[in-house]
Write a protein that binds this ligand. Sequence first.
Ligand SMILES: Cc1cc2nc3c(=O)[nH]c(=O)nc-3n(C[C@H](O)[C@H](O)[C@H](O)COP(=O)(O)OP(=O)(O)OC[C@H]3O[C@@H](n4cnc5c(N)ncnc54)[C@H](O)[C@@H]3O)c2cc1C
Length: 387
Amino acid sequence: MTDWAAVATDLAEEFATRASDIDREGRFPVENIERMKEVGYLTSVVPTELGGGGADLATFAECQQIIAAGCASTALATNMHLFGVGAAAEGWHMGDRASEPILQMVASGVVVGGSLTDAATGLNVRSSSTPARPVEGGYVISGRKSFCSLAPVLQFFWGTAADTETGQLLLFGLPRDTEGLNFKDTWDTMAMRGTGSWDVIFEDVFVPATAVQRGLDPNLPPVWDSAQERIFSWFSTSVAAVYLGIARAASAFAYDYVSNRTVTGASLPMSRQPAQIASAADIELTLRPAEAMLRDAIRRRADGELLEPSDIQALKYTAVNAANAAVDRCVRMVGGHGIFRKLPLERYYRDVRAGQFHPPSNDVAIETIGKAALGIDAGAEPRWPSD
Ligand SMILES: Cc1cc2nc3c(=O)[nH]c(=O)nc-3n(C[C@H](O)[C@H](O)[C@H](O)COP(=O)(O)OP(=O)(O)OC[C@H]3O[C@@H](n4cnc5c(N)ncnc54)[C@H](O)[C@@H]3O)c2cc1C
């Protein structure tokens, strides 16, 4: 069995040498994706029986945390390929064989990515403003989606659109070379600049009915079953791991910096100053509970527990916000030199800010967690009182 954490450590060391240039140029790290393919990392979560690496969620999250410390953009972009594949693989192990063709496709080297985000309206996992018009044998889709990480290299695309007759949310998959399907480089951002999260343009794209995986009626109450739990757990735990990885890279940098800086006239390094000791303690007291929560959630799932939406959202919320706060404190530790672009800290500071935007966003998570704590059904109407 491959030691995936060791593979991830080697990749992270190599990617760290390029991360600054990738960020500075805002370019997609094609060479990192090629290296990941060479060492089998992009098939690491596919079942060994289907030609993959057999990594489980605990291993995957650990590896993503390690890789994010080297190059957060590479980790996040490939997360969009790996989390869905991993969730499908876990389902396969539990007897759900419907995704076997996708897993075989990935095992053969295909990179998958997708966009559930509508360019005009953002993300609502229950509906889409991209229209899908029913025609004989399938649908015709025109519209624009955004935030499609991995767009420069993906070979198979997942997306959502709404059936114009029934309003159902359709999840569909298409090969990249489908007629009318185009990817446009719109990704000029302050954070995660190497993720290639381009726009996706649909110009009368024919989507055969066989390419539609499922339809979801937005008027029916949300269903929470093991399939839903799997996909949200794999997504949220790995996103949490990526952002905690950035925070750990920042804390390692800050600890090293103050330990090796002795200002003129001082008898001891900066790390001996009470303020620096307090900052280091604050960082640990911020990150350790988040890391423990992540490990706990993964362990509970491994023990057979079906996590609740509020469990999953709480761990993602805690991780990305802890990571954010910890990196802020790292900048305070390092001081003014921390904003120089020749040091990696300002990149960590920008990249870590993107964590709050992945679903569930902070605002959405707060509603879910608060309502669950108060015993209020997530679908209860009215959603908010009007008086
Ligand atoms: C680096 C990066 C990579 C990404 N990669 C992908 C990808 O590969 N595929 C993909 O599909 N998406 C991807 N996303 C997109 C992400 O999943 C979101 O869809 C995207 O950030 C759009 O969010 P928004 O904040 O613009 O959404 P909006 O829906 O416009 O929300 C705007 C604000 O309103 C708040 N809000 C919205 N709805 C509610 C609500 N119901 N209750 C309370 N508050 C609400 C939100 O919290 C947010 O603060 C990526 C995002 C980032 C940052």
